[in-house]
Design a protein around this ligand. Structure first.
Ligand code: GDP
Ligand code: ZN
Length: 316
């Protein structure tokens, strides 16, 4: 076997890595050299799913070694846990991140969505919202709640697709747009991500909530991100369900930049360094007051500012 000059890491357990040879479709098991552990010490995982890597193939399977990580085009990163200083990269080299959300069962909060979107903006990952379980909200009395959700995010500049993984609404169109691309799927656990992935590519047979409830074994949770090559071409990155999203390395005075709806207004603020919290003639606050920026987006902005604001500088 010859060395791989451009493999794609499709699975990582921390002790070994699975690398796809895009030419042959073969997956090989690899280890890494200790040097990566040092270099990537700020994150808990030095080599991540989606990484383009070089591999030196050995005589035996256990002897394949990842020797180099090529520069990452982008990635999704979060704090390893709420209190932790360490960060965890969920995946790298993503064309589109699909954030699966539900209005109810479970509720996905706008603050959670906004935190994800800020990180995705900061690390240049285009994101599309998938509003799943739309079949549960077909009755006319839900229309207003759906429309107002969609309005918030379309107004902020994001695409929102109404889908139902269980009823097959919007799934074919989604599969079509994923063709040839690397698509990451994420969301709270229970939103239907596994059901959706199974609908996109039925052969995968991921475990879903319904199946594990039946066996009374508790919910199976994916603990590592994993990449699946798609039959129609392209890659799908499945990620573990996430509870919260700690922001990494975003300075308070940069934060507004990652809210496209707020940032659009910032040039009209009186002060070039306006924080949009208390300044006179702030165009952002004026737009919120006029209903042109969604209140929930602005509230998320304020909450994220407070994350880094031990002195209460932005608290008014
Ligand atoms: P995951 O934790 O995000 O992977 O969620 P699962 O795919 O395991 O789904 C959680 C539960 O939601 C299961 O009982 C699914 O059957 C159900 N579910 C998933 N998608 C839909 C949907 O579009 N409509 C409805 N009504 N239920 C869904
Ligand atoms: Zn302002």
């Amino acid at each position: 076997m010859t060395d791989l000059t451009q493999g794609i890491v499709t699975k990582s357990t921390g002790s070994w890595y699975q690398v796809l040879d895009p030419e042959s479709g073969r997956q090989i098991r690899c280890r890494i050299r200790g040097v990566f552990r040092l270099r990537g010490s700020r994150t808990t995982n030095p080599v991540v799913v989606g990484d383009r890597v070089r591999v030196e193939t050995g005589a035996a399977e256990g002897e394949n070694v990842i020797t180099e990580i090529l520069p990452r085009r982008n990635y999704i990163i979060r704090r390893a846990s709420n209190l932790s200083k360490e960060s965890h990269i969920i995946a790298a080299n993503i064309d589109v991140a699909y954030l699966v959300v539900t209005l109810d069962r479970p509720v996905t909060s706008t603050e959670f969505i906004d935190r994800f979107l800020v990180t995705a903006e900061a690390y240049r990952v285009p994101t599309v919202l998938l509003l799943n379980k739309i079949d549960l909200f077909a009755a006319p009395e839900y229309r207003e709640a759906i429309d107002s959700f969609v309005e918030i995010y379309r107004g902020a500049g994001y695409e929102v697709l109404e889908i139902s993984a269980a009823a097959g609404i919007g799934v074919d169109a989604l599969r079509e747009r994923m063709r040839g691309k690397t698509s990451l799927f994420t969301g709270h656990s229970g939103v239907g991500k596994s059901t959706l992935i199974n609908a996109i590519q039925p052969g995968l047979g991921l475990k879903t909530g319904a199946i594990s409830d039946y066996h009374h074994k508790g919910k199976h949770t994916t603990t590592f991100s994993e990449i699946f090559p798609l039959d129609g071409g392209g890659l799908l990155i499945d990620t573990p369900g996430i509870k919260g999203f700690g922001l990494i390395d975003i300075a308070p005075d940069e934060l507004a930049r990652y809210f496209p709806d707020l940032f659009r207004r910032a040039p009209e603020c009186q002060y070039y360094n306006c924080t949009h919290t208390h300044e006179p003639n702030c165009a952002v606050m004026a737009a919120v007051a006029r209903g042109e920026i969604a209140e929930s987006r602005y509230v998320s902005y304020l909450k994220m500012l407070e994350d880094d604001d031990k002195e209460g500088k932005y608290r008014k």
